[in-house]
Design a protein. Structure first.
Lengths: 230, 412
C-alpha cells in the first residue's frame, strides 16, 4: 500500500483580493522507503506540496493521505501529534534550536513530542549522532557548527522519532555542492538503513541525478514521474 | 518540565543584556517597595506602639457620650463606683486581656506658687497603669519611674515653662462636678516627655489623690484602659468584648458604655490608614512596572523567535508545551527580579538600620528608624512579582502557542 496518496489536490492562496492557485489538481502515490524529489522552478508548488504532505497546511480541494490518515482533516492538536509520530522535517535553513547543543537538538522531539524514557533517548541520539558522523560535535551549539554539520544534525533530528516520512524542503540550498552531495548521500544511506521514505524538493539539477523518483512540477501541475538517473 | 525550564533559562541567557535590563527594572521596583513598606511599616508600628503602650492602651471603656466630650474631661460622664467595679470584675475574667487600668481624668490649675497654668491630669493606680501602658515609664525622663500618693508626674513642656524641677512642691486646684473648688499640694516625682496624640501632654497623680482633689465621696472612673495579650487580634477581640459587655450591662434596652480601640481615639489612625493606602498604591505601581516590562520583553521574544516557534510546532511540539515554555521565561524573569530585588532590598534595610537614622515626629525627637519588613510582607511582594510576571507572559505565550507553523516558518 502506498505511504502517501494525493488525490486531485488543489491549493489556492489569497493574496489581498486575488486568489493565486499554487496547485491545480495534483495526484500521485509514493511507496514506503522511496527516495523521491519534487523538482521545478520557484513558484511551481514544491513547498506547498511538501507542506500538505507534512500536515502543515490543508488542501483547498482533494485529499492527502499519509500513512493511511487523511491529514487535511486533522485539527491543530491532532496535526501536531501526527507530525510528531510520523513525519520528520529537514529545513533549508536547518532550523536548529539555537540554545540547544547538537545532542539536545536531536533529543528534542523525543523529549518534547514523544516523551521517550531517558535511557532509550540516549541510545537513539547516540546511534544517530554516530550515523550522521557528528558524535564528536555533540556538545556544540548550532552557531559553532558549519552549514553541512547543521544539516547533518537536522537529518538526525528528523530521523530520531523513527518517522515514516522525512520531508526536506530544499535541504541543500544553503550548502556548497560538495557538502550538498554528502548530505544527499547521507539521506540515502539513512533511507537504506531505516527504510524511511525521503521526500524532498529541489531545483538543483546536480542533485536531481541522485534521486530515484522525480516528480516534475510546473505551474502547479504535475508531469508524469520518472526514474532518476542515479 | 525541567527540560522546558532549562530551555526557558537558556533563552533568557541568549539575550543577556535585555534579560538583565528587565530583571534590573523589576529589582528596582522590588527594592523600592520593600524599603517603603519597611520604613513606613516600622514608623507606623513605632507610632502605634508609642500611642498604645505609652498613653492610650489598646482599648478604652467609657460611659456612653464621654468620648464625644473628651476634650472637656466631663466629670458628670464618669462611671460610678458600682459600674466601675462590675467592669473590673468582667475584665478580670477575660482570658485575652493582659492588664487593665482605671483612670480618673480631670482638668485643673497647676501652680508653682509664683504662676499658674492649666493642666490635664490622669488619676491612676500606678501598678495597674504601668502594666497596661508599659512604655509610660520610658517617658519619664527625670525623677522616679513611679509615683506614690502625694506625688505628681508633670509633662516636660510644663516643667520647662514653669521652671519646675523634680522634688519641687506644686499645687493642683480643680473644680468638682458640683462646682466647688479644691486644691492639694503635690511633690514633683518625675518629668515626662510628651508624645503626639490625645493625652500625650497630660500629668499623672495617684487616683486616690485625684478623688481627693475632686472631693468624690466614692471613687468614680473616667475610663478603663485595657491591654490585650495579642494586639494583632485587636479588632475581633474588641468586637467580642463589646458584644459581651452589651449582654452584661444593657438595661432597659440601653447600653450605658462605649468601647473604642486606640484607632477611634487617636488621630494617628488616619495617618496609619493613609500609609496603608500609599503602600497599596506603591504595590500597584510595582505590579504595573513588572507587567509592562515582562510583557514587553516577552512580546519581543515571541516576535524574534517566530521561525523557531514554527520549527517547534512543525516537528510536533504540542501547543501547550510552547505556551509553557514562554510562560516559564516570564516566570524566570519574575523569580530573578524577586530574588535580586529581595536581596538588595534587605541589604539596604540592613544598611539603614546600621546607620542609626533618627527623625522627629511632633513633640517626639530623636526617634530611631528601625526599618523592618516582616516575612509575610516579604513573601507577598515576591508572590506579587512572580504572579504578575506569569500573567504578563500569558498573552505572548498564548500567541506563540496558537501560531500556525506554516505561517511561522515563512516569517522572515
Amino acid at each position: 500500500m502506498s505511504l502517501v496518496i494525493a488525490e486531485d489536490i488543489t491549493k489556492d492562496y489569497r493574496v489581498g483580493e486575488v486568489i493565486v492557485p499554487a496547485l491545480r489538481g495534483v495526484s500521485f502515490e509514493i511507496d514506503p522507503a522511496s527516495f523521491v524529489s519534487f523538482v521545478g522552478p520557484s513558484g511551481s508548488g514544491k513547498t506547498t506540496l511538501l507542506n500538505l504532505i507534512g500536515c502543515l497546511d490543508t488542501p483547498t480541494h482533494g485529499r492527502m493521505t499519509v500513512a493511511g490518515v487523511d491529514v487535511g482533516a486533522l485539527d491543530r492538536k491532532k496535526g501536531a501529534a501526527f507530525r510528531g509520530a510520523n513525519i520528520g522535517f529537514i529545513f533549508q535553513d536547518f532550523n536548529l534550536l539555537p540554545v540547544l547543543t547538537a545532542y539536545e537538538n536531536i533529543e528534542y522531539p523525543l523529549l518534547m513530542v514523544q516523551n521517550i524514557p531517558a535511557e532509550e533517548r540516549r541510545r537513539r541520539v547516540t546511534t544517530l549522532l554516530e550515523a550522521v558522523g557528528m558524535a564528536d560535535q555533540a556538545g556544540k551549539r548550532p552557531d559553532q557548527l558549519s552549514g553541512g554539520q547543521k544539516q547533518r544534525v537536522a537529518i538526525a533530528r528528523a530521523l530520531v522519532t523513527s518517522p515514516k516520512v522525512v520531508l526536506a524542503d530544499e535541504p541543500t540550498a544553503n550548502l556548497d555542492s560538495k557538502t550538498a552531495h554528502t548530505v544527499v548521500e547521507l539521506m540515502k544511506k539513512m533511507r537504506d538503513e531505516r527504510q524511511t521514505t525521503f521526500i524532498f524538493s529541489t531545483h538543483d539539477q546536480k542533485l536531481v541525478s541522485e534521486v530515484e523518483i522525480i516528480f516534475r512540477l510546473e505551474d502547479g501541475l504535475l508531469a508524469s514521474p520518472r526514474n532518476g538517473e542515479g | 518540565m525541567m527540560n522546558l525550564y532549562k530551555i526557558a533559562l537558556r533563552n533568557l541567557l541568549r539575550y543577556k543584556r535585555r534579560t538583565l535590563l528587565t530583571a534590573s527594572l523589576i529589582t528596582v521596583g522590588v527594592v523600592f517597595v520593600l524599603v517603603f513598606v519597611a520604613v513606613s511599616g516600622s514608623f507606623k508600628a513605632m507610632m502605634i506602639g508609642q500611642i498604645t503602650d505609652a498613653m492610650l492602651g489598646h482599648i478604652q471603656i467609657h460611659k456612653r457620650g464621654y468620648v464625644a466630650s473628651i476634650d472637656n474631661l466631663p466629670l458628670n460622664l464618669n462611671l460610678n463606683a458600682q459600674t466601675a467595679a462590675r467592669i473590673d470584675e468582667f475584665l478580670g475574667k477575660q482570658k485575652n486581656i493582659e492588664a487593665s487600668s482605671p483612670r480618673l481624668k480631670f482638668g485643673g490649675l497647676f501652680s508653682n506658687f509664683i504662676e499658674s497654668t492649666n493642666i490635664r491630669l490622669n488619676g491612676i493606680y500606678p501598678d495597674r497603669e504601668f502594666k497596661t501602658v508599659p512604655l509610660l515609664t520610658s517617658r519619664i525622663s527625670e525623677g522616679r519611674k513611679t509615683i506614690a500618693k502625694g506625688e505628681i508626674l508633670i509633662p516636660a513642656l510644663l516643667a520647662k515653662g514653669m521652671k519646675v524641677k523634680v522634688g519641687d512642691s506644686v499645687v493642683i486646684v480643680a473644680t468638682n462636678k458640683d462646682g466647688s473648688v479644691n486644691g492639694k499640694q503635690f511633690v514633683v516625682a518625675g518629668i515626662m516627655e510628651g508624645v503626639t496624640g490625645p493625652g500625650g501632654r497630660d500629668g499623672y497623680v495617684h487616683i486616690e489623690d485625684a478623688a481627693e482633689v475632686l472631693r468624690m465621696p466614692e471613687l468614680e472612673i473616667s475610663e478603663v484602659a485595657v491591654r490585650l495579650k495579642d494586639f494583632d487580634r485587636l479588632q475581633p477581640l474588641a468586637r467580642e468584648m463589646e458584644k459581651q459587655l452589651t449582654g452584661e450591662f444593657t438595661k432597659d434596652g440601653k447600653f450605658p458604655l462605649e468601647i473604642h480601640t486606640w484607632e477611634g481615639l487617636s488621630p494617628f489612625a488616619n495617618v496609619a490608614r493613609m500609609l496603608d493606602i500609599m503602600t497599596f498604591f506603591i504595590k500597584l505601581m510595582l505590579v504595573a512596572l513588572v507587567l509592562i516590562s515582562v510583557l514587553n520583553v516577552m512580546m519581543m521574544a515571541v516576535y524574534e523567535r517566530i521561525r523557531e516557534i514554527g520549527t517547534m510546532a512543525a516537528i510536533g511540539t504540542p501547543p501547550g508545551k510552547i505556551l509553557m515554555l514562554f510562560m516559564m521565561e516570564g516566570l524566570s524573569l519574575g523569580v530573578l527580579g524577586a530574588i535580586i530585588g529581595g536581596g538588595v532590598g534587605l541589604l539596604i534595610l540592613f544598611i539603614l538600620n546600621a546607620a542609626h537614622i533618627t527623625f522627629n515626629f511632633g513633640q517626639q525627637q530623636g526617634l530611631l528608624l528601625q526599618a523592618y519588613v516582616n516575612p509575610m510582607d516579604f513573601a507577598t511582594i515576591a508572590v506579587i512579582v512572580i504572579l504578575v510576571s506569569v500573567v504578563a507572559s500569558l498573552q505572548p505565550a498564548f500567541k506563540a502557542s496558537r501560531m500556525e507553523p506554516i505561517v511561522a516558518l515563512r516569517h522572515v
